[in-house]
Design a protein around this ligand. Structure first.
Ligand SMILES: C[S@@+](CC[C@H](N)C(=O)[O-])C[C@H]1O[C@@H](n2cnc3c(N)ncnc32)[C@H](O)[C@@H]1O
Length: 814
């Protein structure tokens, strides 16, 4: 595992430079020292300091109660002076040098800059929202000027969910600044959970004392003035659950919301966390990145100040998101038996799972002596220890060691077409680097030639054809199997790639001699000197049939003896809906038609969305569902005079899979897998649930990805119906896939059972059999009690286009 970067958030921020360039500034010295003399890789500091906050508040807010004193003339004069300054600020919002912590280009390397956490882009007060936007734009302008790698923006406030689109709009606009050459990323700091999800308490308590009351400056005369009072933020809530809310540690400390202003909508705040929704903070992120169009410079800083939500499914969704940074305050560590800071088992596993994102960790509050043993360095050493143990893929990829798959993570590749195209020697070399596949074939051939029922009559040797021999590894595996079984065979190796055939010639000349007869040509038309008992082939694609194994084996069946066997004897295709911001972005940034093409990809930053349960309606299948099956050889086909099938229509397939979606998420497409039965008890699998049992460590195939042009949003408890077709056209000699999906929410009819009286069956309306304060998967799967004769219905909530209609954008040449 590569060493993951760790940054420190120092308690004290160095002062500004007192000597001119090129003398290093105090911040430069701190960064230089940290990077060269400690085991940290970066320093995390707020971009601006308290003087900036003071100016912004002086210009944009006014203490509550001031209007009562407005009959005093001098007070009014002061107010109009402030208004003038405020308008000047709004005309060209920018930071002064003394308001900044970072001022030089030379300071910007190895620095993670935090935007001011007192800005309220989602304040219920319109004026505060707009002035916060101006403040943040001033900070972004400064960050862009200094080419800072990232500006971390504080999380939106769950209690202000109604204004989340306003927050997201500001972020989207921020990402337009600096034009296409802009370099600075924007990272949204999102808490991994809301503490109320964990403790399941009632409405958030309000902060009854110590808050500063403000009202907006009167200068925005087109907008009514307003009064503000603090309300408890996510960060403050984290303190009550032990998540820690210290100046170094946690989410923003102050939020002001207006209560009196007429520009503040008098809506009831639906605080989803209060109702124990484990999706709440993730949904904030989902809304922001969707409104920002999956911008490539937008990422997540996942804030682990609060405990993880209890639901595995809710946590796993972060695997599909661009989590580039992880905020780990000292308060998120627990003391072990000796008093050293450690992380809970669940947090360790979560962090290991996210390691494939190569995140930068930010440790804060390490000098606060929160833990009795180990001192400040204990946090760093411990984090180094657990991240160095992080393995490869965690959530989805069936592929083996990261070293082998290295560099392929989330890399979109066009599926191979070994029938239409001739493969290069380097590609065969990659195939041959996976010993598992050849071991499985050797074992399958061994079991086949040992099988009593397969023995040729009168002690005759077997006739075996290896069809699609490539550079010969299956021929070698077959020879090893015959040797072990002490069986004789006449062995033929068929290959249509003329260049690969030269390697077969070489191997025959130097290794195999008379033991192997090599034949050049297409197995569908080539003359084979005698009928075979066993046909060995490996023409499998990631979805089983996508390299046209069915068509090729059909064509080779004409040189098999009646009752002969094919290795593989059968194979199946499987599908699951996935979310992956990365894959979605990579596909949609290619071309307009790029989402109409399947890809082969080692999925890393991806998450399977479906659950194992049948859902509330009982209609849903497994997490990963079987699409279709192929069995070989087929003896039931109508053949032409050459012994070939009259049509290829028997090789069309279609299926509808219905998936239960336990946790809200956009669906970005579908992951496809195959399982193959070779012979006896030997198989191959890239299905995530069976690979370890069937063919552990197999890495020859990555899953196939059928993308969606636009994400299909699926709320908690949704049912996703996926249609996929394998189609073929004799005239144009091609095979292709088409796919589409529909989303539904289950409903239960209310008394009387009319459709209009139906009620959605999302988690909030769960059965009442589950504990609403500890959401788990069962929350979503419990079926509500139905009255006699009542049936669950469903309402349709979304639909995709039909992808790759008529094979217009992607097809496989026959
Ligand atoms: C996936 S590769 C497998 C190569 C080799 N058996 C191995 O396992 O490394 C499939 C091979 O089948 C060959 N092939 C595909 N269709 C064929 C056909 N109709 N007739 C003969 N060879 C074919 C390709 O050229 C390629 O060498």
């Amino acid at each position: 595992m590569a060493r993951l970067p760790i940054a420190i958030r120092p308690k004290d921020i160095p002062p500004l430079a007192t000597e001119p360039h090129p003398h290093p500034s105090p911040l430069q010295q701190l960064v230089g020292h940290t990077v060269s003399k400690t085991d940290y890789d970066a320093v995390c500091v707020p971009l601006a300091n308290a003087l900036w906050q003071d100016r912004w508040e002086r210009l944009c807010l006014r203490p509550v109660g001031m209007e009562d004193e407005d009959d005093n003339g001098s007070m009014q004069d002061r107010a109009s002076d402030v208004d003038r300054d405020a308008d000047l600020f709004r005309r060209e919002p920018s930071l002064f040098r003394h308001e900044c912590n970072i001022t030089r280009l030379e300071e910007s390397q190895s620095v993670i800059a935090l935007a001011s956490d007192w800005l309220e882009l989602d304040s219920p007060d319109e004026g505060i929202r707009f002035d916060s936007e101006l403040g943040l734009r001033a900070e972004m302008q400064h960050a862009l000027y200094l080419s800072l790698p990232v500006l971390v923006v504080p999380a939106p406030n769950l209690a202000n969910r109604d204004f989340l689109p306003s927050y997201a709009r500001v972020i989207s606009n921020l990402l337009q600044m600096g034009g296409s050459s802009a370099y600075t990323q924007v990272s949204i700091r999102i808490p991994v959970s809301d503490p109320l999800e964990i403790i399941g308490q009632g409405p958030a308590p309000t902060n009854g004392h110590g808050e500063r009351h403000h009202r907006r400056s009167l200068s925005l005369s087109s907008r009514p003035s307003s009064m503000h009072q603090h309300q408890m933020s996510i960060g403050q809530l984290s303190a009550i659950t032990g998540g820690g809310n210290d100046p170094n540690g946690s989410a923003p400390a102050s939020r002001v919301v207006s209560q009196a202003s007429s520009n503040v909508p008098q809506r009831t705040v639906t605080h989803s966390a209060i109702q124990g929704d484990p999706s709440s903070t993730w949904e904030m992120w989902d809304c922001i990145r969707s409104l920002c169009g999956y911008h490539p410079r937008l990422s997540v800083m996942l804030d682990l100040s609060n405990p993880l939500p209890p639901s595995q499914g809710a946590i796993a969704r972060w695997a599909a998101e661009p989590v580039k940074r992880i905020w780990l305050p000292a308060g998120s560590f627990i003391p072990n038996a000796k008093g050293y800071p450690v992380l809970s088992k669940a947090t360790q596993a979560f962090i290991r799972g996210l390691s494939k994102h190569q995140p930068t960790f930010v440790l804060s509050g390490t000098s606060d002596a929160r833990h009795p043993s180990g001192g400040q360095n204990a946090y760093l050493q411990y984090l180094r220890h657990i991240t160095s143990q992080a393995g490869a893929s965690a959530y989805i990829s069936p592929q083996g060691p990261a070293e082998i798959a290295g560099g392929y993570g989330d890399y979109l590749q066009a599926p191979l077409q070994p029938l239409a195209d001739d493969l290069g020697s380097a590609t065969y070399d990659v195939f041959e680097s996976d010993p598992v596949k050849y071991h499985q074939y050797e074992e399958a051939v061994f079991q086949c030639v040992m099988d009593e029922e397969r023995q040729p009559p009168d002690g005759e040797p077997f006739v075996i054809v290896v069809a699609g021999a490539g550079r010969g590894p299956l021929v070698a595996a077959t020879l090893r199997a015959l040797d072990r079984a002490e069986r004789d065979a006449r062995l033929y190796a068929v290959e249509k790639n003329a260049a690969a055939f030269t390697t077969l010639q070489e191997r025959k000349a130097l290794e195999w001699g008379d033991a192997v007869e090599i034949l050049f040509g297409d197995m569908r038309t080539l003359h084979v000197p005698e009928l075979a008992d066993i046909l060995v082939s490996e023409l499998l694609g990631s979805f089983g049939d996508n390299e046209l194994s069915p068509e090729c084996i059909d064509g080779a069946t004409r040189f098999l003896k009646p009752g002969a066997v094919s290795i593989p004897t059968s194979y199946t295709a499987h599908l699951a809906p996935i979310a992956s911001s990365k894959l979605h972005h990579d596909v949609t940034s290619r071309s307009a038609n790029a989402a109409e093409i399947p890809y082969v990809v080692m999925m890393q930053q991806a998450n399977i969305l479906s659950g194992e349960t049948p859902g509330m309606s009982g209609r849903c299948g497994e997490r990963i569902q079987h699409c279709w099956q192929w069995e070989h050889p087929r003896w039931d086909l109508m053949l032409d005079e050459a012994g070939l099938p009259l049509t290829n229509s028997h090789n069309t397939r279609s299926t509808t899979c219905t998936f239960h979606i336990p946790h809200a998420s956009p669906c970005h497409g579908f992951a496809g897998y195959f399982e193959a039965h070779l012979y006896g008890n030997v198989g191959l699998s890239i299905h995530p649930d069976t690979i370890a049992r069937v063919s552990p460590d197999l890495f020859s195939w990555f899953p196939i990805f059928f993308p969606l042009k636009s994400p299909l949003y699926l709320p908690s408890g949704a049912e996703l119906e996926v249609n996929i077709w394998r189609l073929t056209d004799q005239k144009s000699k091609k095979v292709w896939y088409e796919w589409s999906a529909e989303a539904y929410l289950p409903t239960v009819p209310q008394f009387g059972g009319t459709p209009s009286g139906s009620m959605h069956m999302g988690m909030r309306y769960g059965s009442g059999h589950t504990n609403p304060t500890s959401p788990t998967e069962s929350h979503y799967s419990a079926r509500p009690p139905l009255r006699d004769g009542q049936e669950l219905g469903r309402v349709k909530i979304g639909q995709t286009e039909l992808h790759n209609s008529g094979g217009k954008h992607y097809s496989i040449g026959l």
